[in-house]
Design a protein. Structure first.
Length: 468
């Protein structure tokens, strides 16, 4: 196209109009970020426009609000002061950073920084009841602050003892040792993405904390195998995060999550009903499923969980990371929970064995079986209480019994001490409150989705304005 053929007047009007629209949307976004109004546990953004509702799901209203900020609690027994005031004063000093090295002690660190032996001794005495000097940890950071006069004097040594607080050793006027809390805020954030490689890597790629993947895998441990995620699966989540100076220190509760896995959609709602369970599906059913207390009707426990048991056949002392249930040959053996058969076969010591993966956390195994349930094969999905085999004495065994084993995250655990998660649904007297909580969760998700749409629209309009 030649320059003479361009309608400069129309183009100029188009550019101006685009800039005006962009400015208007930016103003709206700023308005979102400035309005504050509490609604239950979440603060949501004021409603922007009726037009946004059409872009969202039909069952959710759009309300936009600012998120709440909550100070996390510190360990009991610590008297703490707000670090922000001291932080302002520290701007008047020269700062030098360091890290605790192997072999370092409080005395060696302070001496290296320029403190005198009488100062070190007095600070050590003043630290009693405030900070245990033995808790200096290799790799942790400290910061030394010096006066700007000549010669410079050590004024403060500040040790970062954890993500929540500092220990401040003051040498400026009078010597003192105090614990200061960091100005940590708990913010509510939102993420939605399509799975490309893995949940963890995709989260990190998008700038979200990787710890969120652990939270989600725990919530969905009973319904989704996170090692079996496929490209095209997607999810969205509203979650809490602890932030200090823009750095995410941790992930708190996931307030709402929605996972699209294969052809199914799995929703999870946070709700504290007082039972110790916090996540429920849309029907008020626990996201966790209970295990059977035992996989069979047994006569007695003939051998317990031990890392130093003398094997009855080999007579060697070795670990026995399971429970032996004495029962007559042919007694039905049931799966303790829903899952997928990942092994069925014979091993020299274990005999006929079936192994079932219940979720991304728990796996169970059933050893020394006389035979398997009819038509059972690897890859079959089994239900809680379903018969998978029969008691026998195959492999290294001195008599009919079932050797039952459980692994949690790949580590063997004692089945008798395993805490079976609660699986009771929401109580009738709390259903109305749960429904209200559900509505707030959906509203919060729609709110963040609306804000995401607006921000994306702003970016597009800004690019169009620059490149008409």
């Amino acid at each position: 196209m030649k320059f003479s053929e361009i309608d400069w007047k129309s183009a100029l009007i188009g550019v101006v109009a685009t800039i005006v629209v962009a400015a208007a949307i930016l103003s709206v976004v700023k308005l979102f970020d400035s309005c504050q109004r509490e609604e239950s546990d979440l603060q949501v953004y004021e409603q922007v426009s009726q037009g946004l509702e059409a872009q969202l799901s039909d069952d959710s209203e759009v309300e936009i609000s600012e998120v709440s900020e909550v100070q996390p609690s510190l360990p009991q027994g610590l008297e703490t002061e707000d670090f922000s005031e001291l932080e302002v004063a520290l701007n008047n000093f020269e700062k030098r950073d360091g890290k605790i090295k192997s072999g370092d002690y409080f005395s060696t660190i302070m001496s290296r920084l320029g403190a005198t032996q009488p100062q070190i001794y007095e600070l050590d005495q003043k630290a009693k009841g405030v900070f245990d000097m033995r808790l200096f940890k290799v790799g942790y950071h400290y910061h030394a602050y010096y006066t700007k006069e000549e010669p410079a004097r050590l004024a403060y040594m500040i040790y970062e003892q954890d993500n929540l607080s500092y220990v401040v050793f003051s040498l400026l006027d009078s010597l003192s040792v105090r614990t200061y809390k960091k100005d940590i805020k708990t913010e509510i954030d939102y993420i939605e993405l399509d799975i490309s490689l893995s949940l963890w890597s995709d989260l990190v790629e998008k700038g979200a904390p990787g710890l969120l993947a652990i939270k989600l895998s725990d919530i969905y441990a009973w319904s989704i195998d996170f090692f079996g995620l496929q490209k095209g699966d997607s999810f969205k989540a509203v979650y809490e995060k602890s932030v200090y100076k823009g750095e995410v220190l941790g992930v708190g509760d996931v307030l709402y999550a929605e996972f699209h896995h294969g052809e199914k959609v799995y929703k999870a709602y946070y709700y504290d009903d007082g039972s110790g369970n916090y996540y429920w599906n849309e029907n008020g059913e626990s996201m966790r499923k209970a295990f059977l207390k035992a996989p069979l009707s047994y006569t007695r426990i003939s051998s317990g969980f031990s890392y130093s048991r003398r094997h009855p056949v080999t007579r060697k002392v070795r670990a026995h990371t399971g429970i032996d249930y004495a029962a007559p040959s042919g007694t039905e053996v049931m799966s303790i929970g829903d899952g997928v058969v990942v092994f069925k076969g014979f091993k020299t010591q274990e005999g006929n064995m079936v192994k079932i993966k219940h979720n991304s956390v728990y796996t169970s195994a059933y050893l020394h079986l006389s035979k398997y349930a009819k038509n059972l094969k690897v890859g079959d999905r089994v239900s809680q209480g379903q018969v998978i085999g029969y008691v026998g004495s195959t492999g290294y065994s001195t008599g009919p019994h079932l050797d039952f084993r459980i692994w949690k995250n790949g580590t063997p655990i004692n089945p008798l001490k395993m805490e079976s998660p609660p699986a009771n649904p929401i109580a009738e007297d709390k259903k109305d409150d749960f429904i209200r909580s559900q509505q707030e969760s959906r509203r919060a998700a729609s709110t963040f989705q609306a804000r995401t749409i607006l921000m994306q629209t702003v970016e597009v309009i800004k690019k169009d304005a620059v490149n008409p």
